[in-house]
Design a protein around this ligand. Sequence first.
Ligand code: SF4
Length: 445
Amino acid sequence: MIDTALPRPYQNYVYAYPHKTAYRPLPARPALSQVWAGESRSALSLYLHIPFCEVRCGFCNLFTRVGAPDGLTGRYLDALTRQATAVRDGLGDAEPLRFANAAFGGGTPTFLEADELTRLCDIAEQIMGADLRAIPLSVEASPATSTADRLAVLADRGATRLSLGVQSFIDEEARAAVRPQRRTDVEAALGRIRDAGIPVLNIDLIYGIDGQTAASWQVSLDAALAWRPEEIYLYPLYVRPLTGLARHADPAVAEQDWDRDRLARYAQGRDHLLAAGYEQVSMRMFRRRDAPPQGPDDYACQTDGMIGLGCGARSYTSTLHYSFDYAVDMREVRGIIDTYVATTDFGSALHGRVIDGDEAARRHLLQSLLQADGLSVADYRHRFGTDPWEDFGDQLHTLAERGWLADSGADLLQLSAEGLAYSDAIGPDFFSPAVRAAMAAYELR
Ligand code: SF4
Protein backbone atom coordinates (compact mmCIF):
# COMPACT_ATOMS: atom_id res chain seq x y z
CA MET A 1 0.00 0.00 0.00
CA ILE A 2 1.10 3.50 -0.72
CA ASP A 3 1.41 5.75 2.35
CA THR A 4 -1.24 8.42 1.80
CA ALA A 5 0.30 10.58 4.55
CA LEU A 6 3.19 11.22 2.15
CA PRO A 7 3.01 13.63 -0.75
CA ARG A 8 2.34 12.17 -4.19
CA PRO A 9 5.63 10.94 -5.61
CA TYR A 10 5.37 12.23 -9.19
CA GLN A 11 4.75 15.95 -9.09
CA ASN A 12 7.44 17.79 -10.96
CA TYR A 13 10.62 16.65 -12.70
CA VAL A 14 13.02 19.44 -11.75
CA TYR A 15 15.44 19.21 -14.67
CA ALA A 16 15.93 22.95 -14.67
CA TYR A 17 15.08 25.58 -12.09
CA PRO A 18 13.26 27.84 -12.61
CA HIS A 19 11.08 26.10 -15.19
CA LYS A 20 10.37 27.97 -18.42
CA THR A 21 6.75 28.46 -17.36
CA ALA A 22 8.18 30.95 -14.84
CA TYR A 23 9.85 32.97 -17.62
CA ARG A 24 8.18 36.15 -18.79
CA PRO A 25 8.81 38.69 -21.56
CA LEU A 26 11.75 40.89 -20.56
CA PRO A 27 10.42 44.43 -21.05
CA ALA A 28 13.90 45.96 -21.37
CA ARG A 29 14.95 43.40 -24.04
CA PRO A 30 18.59 43.66 -22.90
CA ALA A 31 21.28 43.39 -25.56
CA LEU A 32 23.33 40.19 -25.34
CA SER A 33 26.51 42.25 -24.90
CA GLN A 34 24.92 43.69 -21.76
CA VAL A 35 23.57 40.32 -20.58
CA TRP A 36 27.00 38.68 -20.81
CA ALA A 37 29.10 41.65 -19.58
CA GLY A 38 31.27 40.55 -16.67
CA GLU A 39 30.26 36.88 -16.93
CA SER A 40 32.94 34.22 -16.90
CA ARG A 41 33.52 32.58 -20.30
CA SER A 42 36.12 30.07 -19.20
CA ALA A 43 33.93 26.94 -19.00
CA LEU A 44 30.66 27.54 -20.82
CA SER A 45 28.17 24.90 -21.91
CA LEU A 46 26.87 24.99 -25.47
CA TYR A 47 23.43 23.60 -26.30
CA LEU A 48 21.86 23.46 -29.76
CA HIS A 49 18.18 22.67 -29.95
CA ILE A 50 16.60 20.88 -32.94
CA PRO A 51 12.79 21.00 -32.56
CA PHE A 52 11.79 18.28 -35.03
CA CYS A 53 10.64 14.67 -34.54
CA GLU A 54 9.21 11.99 -36.83
CA VAL A 55 6.29 11.44 -34.45
CA ARG A 56 4.98 13.13 -31.34
CA CYS A 57 5.27 10.67 -28.45
CA GLY A 58 2.27 10.72 -26.17
CA PHE A 59 4.35 11.18 -23.01
CA CYS A 60 6.43 14.08 -24.32
CA ASN A 61 6.07 17.73 -23.36
CA LEU A 62 9.29 18.86 -24.98
CA PHE A 63 9.36 21.71 -27.42
CA THR A 64 9.15 19.95 -30.78
CA ARG A 65 7.02 19.53 -33.89
CA VAL A 66 6.30 16.58 -36.15
CA GLY A 67 8.09 16.75 -39.50
CA ALA A 68 9.62 19.69 -41.29
CA PRO A 69 7.83 20.50 -44.55
CA ASP A 70 9.13 22.64 -47.40
CA GLY A 71 12.80 22.81 -46.46
CA LEU A 72 12.08 23.93 -42.90
CA THR A 73 15.19 22.22 -41.52
CA GLY A 74 17.39 24.19 -43.93
CA ARG A 75 15.71 27.46 -42.97
CA TYR A 76 16.01 26.52 -39.30
CA LEU A 77 19.75 25.97 -39.74
CA ASP A 78 19.97 29.36 -41.52
CA ALA A 79 18.31 30.95 -38.46
CA LEU A 80 20.63 29.06 -36.11
CA THR A 81 23.56 30.45 -38.07
CA ARG A 82 22.21 33.99 -37.68
CA GLN A 83 21.59 33.47 -33.99
CA ALA A 84 25.03 31.96 -33.39
CA THR A 85 26.65 34.92 -35.16
CA ALA A 86 24.68 37.39 -33.04
CA VAL A 87 25.49 35.55 -29.81
CA ARG A 88 29.18 35.30 -30.68
CA ASP A 89 29.23 39.04 -31.37
CA GLY A 90 27.42 39.70 -28.10
CA LEU A 91 30.00 37.73 -26.14
CA GLY A 92 32.79 39.86 -27.62
CA ASP A 93 36.50 39.17 -27.62
CA ALA A 94 37.60 40.94 -24.45
CA GLU A 95 37.96 37.62 -22.65
CA PRO A 96 38.85 34.28 -24.23
CA LEU A 97 35.85 32.08 -24.83
CA ARG A 98 36.08 28.41 -23.91
CA PHE A 99 33.38 25.76 -24.02
CA ALA A 100 33.67 22.87 -21.57
CA ASN A 101 30.95 20.71 -23.10
CA ALA A 102 28.37 20.69 -25.86
CA ALA A 103 25.06 18.98 -26.50
CA PHE A 104 22.60 18.66 -29.37
CA GLY A 105 19.11 18.09 -27.98
CA GLY A 106 15.55 18.30 -29.10
CA GLY A 107 13.27 17.19 -30.36
CA THR A 108 15.42 14.75 -32.24
CA PRO A 109 18.71 16.21 -33.53
CA THR A 110 19.18 13.15 -35.75
CA PHE A 111 15.98 14.16 -37.55
CA LEU A 112 18.51 16.24 -39.54
CA GLU A 113 20.12 14.50 -42.51
CA ALA A 114 23.85 13.77 -42.47
CA ASP A 115 24.80 16.92 -44.40
CA GLU A 116 22.57 19.00 -42.13
CA LEU A 117 24.30 17.53 -39.07
CA THR A 118 27.57 18.60 -40.66
CA ARG A 119 26.16 22.14 -40.87
CA LEU A 120 25.11 21.94 -37.23
CA CYS A 121 28.63 20.93 -36.14
CA ASP A 122 30.07 23.71 -38.29
CA ILE A 123 27.88 26.27 -36.50
CA ALA A 124 29.16 25.02 -33.12
CA GLU A 125 32.78 24.99 -34.25
CA GLN A 126 33.25 27.71 -36.81
CA ILE A 127 30.87 30.36 -35.47
CA MET A 128 30.81 29.63 -31.73
CA GLY A 129 34.40 28.40 -31.53
CA ALA A 130 33.67 25.16 -29.64
CA ASP A 131 36.35 22.53 -30.21
CA LEU A 132 33.92 19.61 -30.50
CA ARG A 133 36.61 16.93 -30.76
CA ALA A 134 38.24 18.08 -27.54
CA ILE A 135 35.19 18.33 -25.28
CA PRO A 136 32.30 16.02 -24.35
CA LEU A 137 29.58 16.21 -27.01
CA SER A 138 26.24 14.58 -26.24
CA VAL A 139 23.56 13.96 -28.89
CA GLU A 140 19.98 12.75 -28.51
CA ALA A 141 18.61 10.35 -31.09
CA SER A 142 15.64 8.14 -31.93
CA PRO A 143 15.95 4.59 -33.30
CA ALA A 144 14.56 5.37 -36.77
CA THR A 145 16.84 8.37 -37.31
CA SER A 146 20.01 6.66 -36.04
CA THR A 147 21.17 5.86 -39.54
CA ALA A 148 24.74 4.85 -40.31
CA ASP A 149 25.52 8.01 -42.33
CA ARG A 150 24.25 10.36 -39.60
CA LEU A 151 26.08 8.43 -36.86
CA ALA A 152 29.27 8.53 -38.94
CA VAL A 153 29.11 12.34 -39.11
CA LEU A 154 28.54 12.61 -35.38
CA ALA A 155 31.32 10.15 -34.50
CA ASP A 156 33.71 11.92 -36.85
CA ARG A 157 32.91 15.35 -35.39
CA GLY A 158 33.60 14.15 -31.85
CA ALA A 159 30.33 12.93 -30.33
CA THR A 160 31.20 11.22 -27.05
CA ARG A 161 27.67 10.30 -25.99
CA LEU A 162 24.64 9.13 -27.92
CA SER A 163 21.38 9.02 -26.00
CA LEU A 164 18.73 6.80 -27.53
CA GLY A 165 15.08 7.20 -26.58
CA VAL A 166 13.91 3.58 -26.57
CA GLN A 167 11.27 3.82 -23.79
CA SER A 168 10.22 0.15 -24.09
CA PHE A 169 11.43 -2.97 -25.90
CA ILE A 170 7.85 -4.31 -25.92
CA ASP A 171 6.05 -3.36 -29.13
CA GLU A 172 2.60 -3.11 -27.48
CA GLU A 173 3.94 -0.82 -24.76
CA ALA A 174 5.58 1.41 -27.36
CA ARG A 175 2.20 1.69 -29.06
CA ALA A 176 0.47 2.41 -25.72
CA ALA A 177 2.88 5.28 -25.11
CA VAL A 178 1.96 6.66 -28.55
CA ARG A 179 5.31 5.88 -30.09
CA PRO A 180 4.89 3.01 -32.51
CA GLN A 181 8.16 1.20 -33.05
CA ARG A 182 9.30 -2.40 -33.38
CA ARG A 183 11.87 -4.00 -31.18
CA THR A 184 13.72 -5.36 -34.22
CA ASP A 185 14.21 -1.79 -35.46
CA VAL A 186 15.38 -0.64 -32.04
CA GLU A 187 17.90 -3.48 -31.80
CA ALA A 188 19.18 -2.68 -35.29
CA ALA A 189 19.64 0.98 -34.31
CA LEU A 190 21.55 -0.03 -31.19
CA GLY A 191 23.81 -2.19 -33.35
CA ARG A 192 24.53 0.77 -35.66
CA ILE A 193 25.29 3.03 -32.69
CA ARG A 194 27.75 0.53 -31.23
CA ASP A 195 29.31 0.09 -34.69
CA ALA A 196 29.79 3.85 -34.94
CA GLY A 197 32.12 3.67 -31.93
CA ILE A 198 30.68 6.60 -29.95
CA PRO A 199 32.10 5.95 -26.47
CA VAL A 200 29.03 6.40 -24.30
CA LEU A 201 25.63 4.93 -25.12
CA ASN A 202 22.67 5.99 -23.02
CA ILE A 203 19.34 4.18 -23.24
CA ASP A 204 16.16 5.87 -21.98
CA LEU A 205 13.41 3.61 -20.65
CA ILE A 206 9.98 4.55 -19.29
CA TYR A 207 7.94 2.87 -16.55
CA GLY A 208 4.28 3.35 -15.74
CA ILE A 209 3.05 2.66 -19.29
CA ASP A 210 -0.47 1.30 -19.56
CA GLY A 211 -0.32 -2.50 -19.56
CA GLN A 212 3.28 -2.67 -18.38
CA THR A 213 3.86 -5.38 -15.75
CA ALA A 214 6.78 -6.34 -13.54
CA ALA A 215 7.58 -9.09 -16.04
CA SER A 216 7.43 -6.87 -19.13
CA TRP A 217 9.46 -4.17 -17.37
CA GLN A 218 12.07 -6.81 -16.63
CA VAL A 219 12.16 -7.70 -20.34
CA SER A 220 12.92 -4.08 -21.24
CA LEU A 221 15.55 -3.74 -18.52
CA ASP A 222 17.29 -6.94 -19.64
CA ALA A 223 17.08 -6.01 -23.31
CA ALA A 224 18.78 -2.70 -22.49
CA LEU A 225 21.39 -4.37 -20.29
CA ALA A 226 22.29 -6.78 -23.10
CA TRP A 227 23.95 -3.80 -24.83
CA ARG A 228 25.95 -2.94 -21.70
CA PRO A 229 25.13 0.75 -22.13
CA GLU A 230 27.37 3.08 -20.19
CA GLU A 231 24.25 4.88 -18.93
CA ILE A 232 20.60 4.04 -18.48
CA TYR A 233 17.89 6.55 -17.59
CA LEU A 234 14.66 5.23 -16.06
CA TYR A 235 11.86 7.78 -16.46
CA PRO A 236 8.48 7.59 -14.75
CA LEU A 237 5.68 8.25 -17.21
CA TYR A 238 4.00 11.57 -16.60
CA VAL A 239 0.71 12.37 -18.25
CA ARG A 240 0.96 15.93 -19.32
CA PRO A 241 -1.89 18.24 -20.20
CA LEU A 242 -2.17 18.89 -23.94
CA THR A 243 -0.10 15.88 -24.95
CA GLY A 244 -1.62 12.79 -26.55
CA LEU A 245 -1.95 10.59 -23.50
CA ALA A 246 -3.98 13.15 -21.59
CA ARG A 247 -6.61 12.97 -24.27
CA HIS A 248 -6.55 9.18 -24.39
CA ALA A 249 -5.97 8.45 -20.70
CA ASP A 250 -8.04 5.66 -19.20
CA PRO A 251 -10.15 7.39 -16.53
CA ALA A 252 -10.63 4.07 -14.71
CA VAL A 253 -6.99 3.94 -13.74
CA ALA A 254 -6.91 5.51 -10.32
CA GLU A 255 -4.04 7.91 -9.80
CA GLN A 256 -3.12 6.26 -6.54
CA ASP A 257 -2.77 2.85 -8.16
CA TRP A 258 -0.65 4.38 -10.82
CA ASP A 259 1.64 5.97 -8.18
CA ARG A 260 1.95 2.61 -6.47
CA ASP A 261 2.78 0.84 -9.72
CA ARG A 262 5.37 3.42 -10.67
CA LEU A 263 7.03 3.27 -7.25
CA ALA A 264 7.18 -0.52 -7.56
CA ARG A 265 8.64 -0.39 -11.11
CA TYR A 266 11.15 2.22 -9.96
CA ALA A 267 12.35 0.02 -7.09
CA GLN A 268 12.50 -3.00 -9.39
CA GLY A 269 14.51 -1.13 -12.01
CA ARG A 270 16.86 0.45 -9.48
CA ASP A 271 17.58 -2.84 -7.73
CA HIS A 272 18.09 -4.66 -11.02
CA LEU A 273 20.55 -2.08 -12.35
CA LEU A 274 22.46 -1.89 -9.06
CA ALA A 275 22.81 -5.69 -9.12
CA ALA A 276 23.97 -5.52 -12.75
CA GLY A 277 26.96 -3.29 -11.89
CA TYR A 278 25.47 0.18 -12.24
CA GLU A 279 25.66 3.03 -9.75
CA GLN A 280 22.77 5.39 -9.13
CA VAL A 281 23.54 9.00 -10.01
CA SER A 282 20.06 10.41 -9.44
CA MET A 283 16.50 9.12 -9.30
CA ARG A 284 16.57 8.67 -13.08
CA MET A 285 20.20 8.16 -13.97
CA PHE A 286 22.32 5.03 -13.62
CA ARG A 287 25.93 4.71 -14.82
CA ARG A 288 27.87 1.51 -15.41
CA ARG A 289 30.53 1.34 -12.72
CA ASP A 290 33.28 0.49 -15.19
CA ALA A 291 32.22 3.05 -17.81
CA PRO A 292 34.93 5.44 -18.99
CA PRO A 293 34.93 8.86 -17.33
CA GLN A 294 32.89 11.33 -19.33
CA GLY A 295 31.43 14.78 -19.45
CA PRO A 296 29.40 16.52 -16.83
CA ASP A 297 26.16 15.06 -15.52
CA ASP A 298 22.93 16.88 -16.20
CA TYR A 299 23.56 19.08 -13.20
CA ALA A 300 27.32 19.13 -12.84
CA CYS A 301 27.82 22.67 -14.10
CA GLN A 302 26.45 24.59 -11.18
CA THR A 303 27.98 27.97 -11.66
CA ASP A 304 29.11 28.31 -15.25
CA GLY A 305 27.09 29.84 -18.00
CA MET A 306 25.17 28.13 -20.76
CA ILE A 307 24.77 29.32 -24.32
CA GLY A 308 21.61 27.87 -25.84
CA LEU A 309 20.95 28.20 -29.57
CA GLY A 310 17.65 27.34 -31.20
CA CYS A 311 14.04 28.24 -30.51
CA GLY A 312 13.60 26.05 -27.43
CA ALA A 313 17.07 26.43 -25.91
CA ARG A 314 17.69 28.24 -22.66
CA SER A 315 20.74 30.35 -21.90
CA TYR A 316 22.01 30.99 -18.40
CA THR A 317 24.19 33.70 -16.97
CA SER A 318 24.74 34.03 -13.23
CA THR A 319 21.87 36.52 -12.99
CA LEU A 320 19.55 35.85 -15.92
CA HIS A 321 17.99 32.77 -17.51
CA TYR A 322 16.48 33.44 -20.91
CA SER A 323 15.00 31.78 -23.94
CA PHE A 324 12.30 32.33 -26.55
CA ASP A 325 8.58 31.92 -26.04
CA TYR A 326 7.41 28.51 -24.78
CA ALA A 327 4.48 26.24 -25.62
CA VAL A 328 3.50 22.57 -25.65
CA ASP A 329 0.49 22.57 -27.94
CA MET A 330 1.45 21.58 -31.49
CA ARG A 331 -0.03 24.62 -33.23
CA GLU A 332 1.64 27.04 -30.81
CA VAL A 333 4.97 25.25 -31.15
CA ARG A 334 4.77 25.47 -34.94
CA GLY A 335 4.06 29.21 -34.68
CA ILE A 336 7.07 29.79 -32.42
CA ILE A 337 9.33 27.83 -34.79
CA ASP A 338 8.05 29.86 -37.76
CA THR A 339 8.73 33.09 -35.89
CA TYR A 340 12.23 31.90 -34.99
CA VAL A 341 13.00 30.96 -38.59
CA ALA A 342 11.88 34.42 -39.77
CA THR A 343 13.91 36.29 -37.14
CA THR A 344 16.77 38.43 -38.38
CA ASP A 345 17.74 40.24 -35.17
CA PHE A 346 18.95 37.85 -32.47
CA GLY A 347 20.88 40.49 -30.53
CA SER A 348 18.67 40.66 -27.40
CA ALA A 349 17.22 38.46 -24.67
CA LEU A 350 13.43 38.40 -25.01
CA HIS A 351 11.92 36.01 -22.45
CA GLY A 352 13.45 35.03 -19.17
CA ARG A 353 13.76 35.36 -15.44
CA VAL A 354 16.19 37.26 -13.27
CA ILE A 355 18.09 35.01 -10.86
CA ASP A 356 18.82 36.78 -7.59
CA GLY A 357 20.82 35.39 -4.67
CA ASP A 358 17.84 33.57 -3.20
CA GLU A 359 16.98 31.86 -6.50
CA ALA A 360 20.63 30.96 -7.08
CA ALA A 361 20.74 29.27 -3.66
CA ARG A 362 17.55 27.33 -4.40
CA ARG A 363 18.93 26.28 -7.76
CA HIS A 364 22.22 25.16 -6.22
CA LEU A 365 20.40 23.18 -3.56
CA LEU A 366 18.07 21.48 -6.05
CA GLN A 367 20.92 20.63 -8.41
CA SER A 368 22.88 18.99 -5.61
CA LEU A 369 20.33 17.48 -3.26
CA LEU A 370 18.49 15.62 -6.03
CA GLN A 371 21.75 13.87 -7.03
CA ALA A 372 22.71 10.69 -5.21
CA ASP A 373 25.99 12.33 -4.11
CA GLY A 374 24.05 15.03 -2.29
CA LEU A 375 24.95 18.57 -1.29
CA SER A 376 28.20 19.57 0.35
CA VAL A 377 27.33 21.92 3.20
CA ALA A 378 30.83 23.45 3.03
CA ASP A 379 30.41 24.21 -0.71
CA TYR A 380 27.06 25.82 -0.05
CA ARG A 381 28.48 27.92 2.79
CA HIS A 382 31.43 28.93 0.65
CA ARG A 383 29.19 30.06 -2.21
CA PHE A 384 26.34 31.70 -0.30
CA GLY A 385 27.83 32.55 3.10
CA THR A 386 24.98 30.84 4.96
CA ASP A 387 24.06 27.35 6.08
CA PRO A 388 21.40 25.39 4.14
CA TRP A 389 19.73 24.51 7.46
CA GLU A 390 19.31 28.25 8.13
CA ASP A 391 17.96 28.96 4.65
CA PHE A 392 15.76 25.89 4.18
CA GLY A 393 15.23 24.66 7.74
CA ASP A 394 11.51 23.89 7.39
CA GLN A 395 11.88 21.86 4.22
CA LEU A 396 14.96 19.99 5.45
CA HIS A 397 13.36 19.14 8.80
CA THR A 398 10.34 17.75 6.94
CA LEU A 399 12.65 15.58 4.84
CA ALA A 400 14.39 14.35 7.98
CA GLU A 401 11.08 13.55 9.70
CA ARG A 402 9.96 11.50 6.70
CA GLY A 403 13.21 9.53 6.73
CA TRP A 404 14.19 11.01 3.39
CA LEU A 405 17.62 12.26 4.49
CA ALA A 406 20.48 9.80 4.78
CA ASP A 407 22.65 9.75 7.87
CA SER A 408 25.71 11.12 6.09
CA GLY A 409 27.29 13.38 8.70
CA ALA A 410 27.11 17.12 9.26
CA ASP A 411 28.84 18.16 6.04
CA LEU A 412 26.68 16.25 3.58
CA LEU A 413 22.99 16.61 2.85
CA GLN A 414 22.06 13.46 1.01
CA LEU A 415 18.73 11.83 0.24
CA SER A 416 18.07 8.35 1.59
CA ALA A 417 17.03 5.61 -0.84
CA GLU A 418 13.38 6.41 -0.05
CA GLY A 419 14.07 10.12 -0.48
CA LEU A 420 15.60 9.57 -3.93
CA ALA A 421 12.48 7.63 -4.94
CA TYR A 422 10.45 10.74 -3.99
CA SER A 423 12.77 13.22 -5.74
CA ASP A 424 9.91 14.57 -7.87
CA ALA A 425 7.90 15.38 -4.72
CA ILE A 426 10.87 16.95 -2.93
CA GLY A 427 11.98 19.35 -5.65
CA PRO A 428 8.87 21.57 -5.74
CA ASP A 429 9.13 22.24 -1.98
CA PHE A 430 12.25 24.27 -2.63
CA PHE A 431 10.74 26.53 -5.32
CA SER A 432 10.47 30.16 -4.25
CA PRO A 433 6.99 31.63 -3.72
CA ALA A 434 7.59 33.94 -6.70
CA VAL A 435 8.50 31.09 -9.05
CA ARG A 436 5.60 29.02 -7.79
CA ALA A 437 3.20 31.89 -8.43
CA ALA A 438 4.61 32.53 -11.92
CA MET A 439 4.31 28.83 -12.80
CA ALA A 440 0.74 28.71 -11.48
CA ALA A 441 -0.21 31.83 -13.43
CA TYR A 442 1.29 30.52 -16.67
CA GLU A 443 -1.36 29.61 -19.16
CA LEU A 444 -0.39 26.29 -20.67
CA ARG A 445 -0.71 26.41 -24.42
S1 SF4 B 1 10.06 11.94 -26.66
FE1 SF4 B 1 11.71 12.55 -28.03
S2 SF4 B 1 11.18 11.63 -30.01
FE2 SF4 B 1 9.29 11.63 -28.78
S3 SF4 B 1 8.26 13.55 -29.33
FE3 SF4 B 1 9.49 13.95 -27.50
S4 SF4 B 1 11.42 14.76 -28.29
FE4 SF4 B 1 10.37 13.74 -30.00
